[in-house]
Design a binder for this molecule. Structure first.
Ligand SMILES: NC(=O)c1ccc[n+]([C@@H]2O[C@H](COP(=O)([O-])OP(=O)(O)OC[C@H]3O[C@@H](n4cnc5c(N)ncnc54)[C@H](O)[C@@H]3O)[C@@H](O)[C@H]2O)c1
Length: 350
């Protein structure tokens, strides 16, 4: 890319946000990255340590702690750092937690998005890319969602993400705010908080613990390696048409039971470690997500990673970086969450 830019990455201490920071630092050597993160249970300083400690990236990387719904913090950073682009990853992002505490999701995923949009307008930020999810479309039995499919979210998480998107749309139409939106499927890769399916199961299987599979594990998800998501976001940020939304998908649909079997195989663990449990999401557990990414492909993006290889390297990363996730699984927040969702099923295995 041409001229030097400063990118504000909100949620930069989380899974996809931190990987996007790495992507920008590597692929845009003349860009600066400013990360803003509230360091909730899902955000960790250790997740950004590689960028802060590397002499090649440290001068172009800066971190601010703070909430996206804090207008003083947001406006102060945009002014002080002369922000050109905002890429908004900051969110409460876990469906299961949204069932326990839906209010916090509205604060961050809706009101926080409003605060950023307001700041973009006030300071003349060149463009804001808002990271949404394929879950805003709800579930689909056959076929694929396109960007013009109706928004029909089914969980408090996906409804809050849809609410954030509607703020983006309204600000673009009302004020002409320069925005683009991305909607991606289920991500996997390094630095994912170990409550999400793949790192949750891998971290348990490494310790020969049982993995709790919801129902028969037939829920189908469109799996995207996190670096493909990052390249898709970066493509939309630079080449997307203002005001448009873009699906990001790899056409890699797999049911959860298939993912579970692959993880058992990669770690050489027995089938007896699968424990089928009742579904805590009940009727809100969407059966299938599937998105058509041809709109983004038509402007020059394509996924680069092979699913099997990416899954294997992800498992290898969790084997090689056990201190990163063991620090998390040792926290009382993590243990309380696991106990409140799975305790009654797994008893002493937890
Ligand atoms: N993980 C997926 O499979 C997936 C798929 C599609 C879209 N998304 C979207 O991508 C984004 C990032 O997801 P993720 O999986 O990296 O989530 P994550 O939970 O790992 O990271 C979210 C980050 O946001 C921070 N945060 C939370 N509330 C904040 C606030 N009020 N202000 C500032 N920071 C705050 C957290 O501390 C954390 O570091 C989310 O918007 C999510 O909806 C995720």
């Amino acid at each position: 890319m041409s001229s030097s830019k400063t990118v504000l990455v909100t949620g930069g201490a989380g899974f996809i946000g931190s990987n996007y920071c790495r992507y920008v630092l590597k692929n845009h050597p003349d860009y600066r990255v400013v990360a803003l993160d509230a360091l909730t249970y899902a955000g960790n300083l250790s997740t950004m340590a590689d960028m802060q400690n590397n002499p090649e990236t440290a001068p172009r990387f800066k971190f601010y702690p703070g909430k996206i719904q804090d207008e003083t913090v947001v406006n102060g950073i945009i002014k002080a750092e002369k922000i050109d682009f905002i890429v908004n990853f900051a969110a409460e992002s876990h469906n299961d937690r949204s069932i326990l505490d839906p209010g916090s999701f509205i604060q961050t995923d809706v009101y926080g998005v409003f605060t950023l949009l307001d700041a973009v307008r006030r300071h003349g930020v060149e463009r804001m890319c808002h990271i949404s999810t394929d879950e805003v479309y709800g579930t689909i039995d056959d076929g694929q969602f396109t960007e013009s499919s109706p928004i029909e979210p089914n969980t408090p998480y996906s409804a809050s993400k849809a609410g954030g998107e509607l703020q983006v749309r309204a600000h673009r139409i009302t004020y002409g705010t320069p925005t683009v939106i991305t909607r991606c499927g289920n991500n996997f890769g390094p630095f994912q908080y170990p409550e999400k399916l793949i790192p949750f199961f891998v971290s348990r299987l490494i310790d020969y613990k049982k993995v709790p599979l919801y129902g028969s594990g037939q829920q189908v998800r469109d799996w995207v390696y996190v670096m493909d998501h990052c390249s898709g976001i970066d493509h939309v940020l630079h080449y997307g048409v203002t005001g448009e939304a873009y699906n990001i998908g790899s056409d890699c649909e797999k049911p959860n039971i298939d993912i579970t079997h692959r993880l058992l195989k990669l770690l050489d663990r027995p089938e007896s470690l699968i424990k089928q449990i009742g579904d805590p999401r009940g009727g809100a557990h969407d059966k299938r997500y599937s998105i058509d990414a041809s709109k983004l492909k038509s402007i020059g993006w394509k996924p680069a990673y092979n699913f099997e290889e990416a899954l294997e390297s992800t498992v290898r990363w969790y084997l090689d970086n056990q201190s990163w996730w063991r620090d998390i699984t040792a926290t009382s927040d993590y243990q309380q969450f696991v106990a409140s969702f799975y305790g009654k099923y797994l008893g002493e295995d937890l």
